[in-house]
Structures are given as C-alpha cells and as structure tokens.
Design a protein around this ligand. Sequence first.
Ligand code: RP5
Length: 181
Amino acid sequence: QPKDSSSESGSSKPAGSRKSPTPLVAITMGSESDRPVLIPGTKILEELGVPYEATITSAHRTPERMVSFAQGAASRGIKVIIAAAGGAAHLPGMIAANTRLPVIGIPVKASVLDGLDSLLSIAQMPRGCPVATVAINNSINAAQLAARILANEDLHIRQKLEDYLANQTEAVERQAERMET
Ligand code: RP5
C-alpha cells in the first residue's frame, strides 16, 4: 500500500515556486540501458522549466530500492513519476502500487518483440492501479504529459507549455505552406 500520503508537509514550497530547485518530476528506469530512451524527454522537461531528478530502480534487481523510492516520492515534493522499463516491464506498475502519485509508464523497446511485451506489461494494469502508458520509447510524450499535469497549478510551466504547443502548431503550418507552394 502507498505510505506517502501522510507526510505531505515534506513539500514545503508551493507548486509554482521558481526559487526552489526541488524536483517536481521523478524519472526512474529499470536499467541504465534504458537511459538513451529517456534523454529526449529530459530535454522537453528542461525546455518547459520542469525540475526533475532521475535514477535507476529495478523492480527485479533492486526491489527494496524501488519501494523506498516510490513510497518516499510524495513526501519529497514529487508530483509526477515517469517510469521506464523494457521486457517484463513491471516497474511502472509496482511504482504505482507504492504511491498515490500519478505514474506515467514508458514501454522501452528491448532487444526482442519490438517493445510489444513492454507495452502490454505496462498498460494492462488491474483496476485501482492506473499507469498512464505512452507509446513505445516515447519519453517526449511522457515528459509533456507530466508538464500538462503540473501546468494545472504551476503558472510558469503552463506558460512554457502553451508556448511550446503554439510553436509546434506553427511549425506544422509552415511545413504545410511549403508543401503547398
Ligand atoms: C528491464 O530489463 C530494464 O528496464 C531494461 O529495459 C531491460 C533490460 O535490462 P538490462 O539487461 O539491459 O539491464 O528491467
């Protein structure tokens, strides 16, 4: 059961405070081999002004470390967890089982099965234990989804996100114009 709901006072700064470097997003992965998949997402978090931390917590190789990480996240001020894993990708689900925070799962394409194994492992959670699953290897969408959640309360992140989305739209419109001329 999640054990982090009783000590919210660990987050002493209001959401939206830009003075604190306290991470709002915690990224975790099952193995260092997952790291290249997460790099594009970290760049998005940086672009959107979202403070984050990153670590390895393996559901299979370091289960106690994983539980400790998940159970302590909310009291450290974390608002969203991004968890990436490949193969028998139990990590995001087990993180969700140990926190009340929203968990975004990234299925990592491991060496076989093209990541379908990871996708199904992460998406097919039982009722009551949700993991918001993004597309295979898509850390950009995981980061954006985390920013969208934070933007409900954090005006700084909201502004950056709105600028980002407007730029994205303009870029496609420019591409369409070039194609049509
Ligand atoms: C999972 O197994 C990790 O998330 C990784 O995607 C996969 C392979 O891990 P390594 O054998 O490369 O450490 O736990």
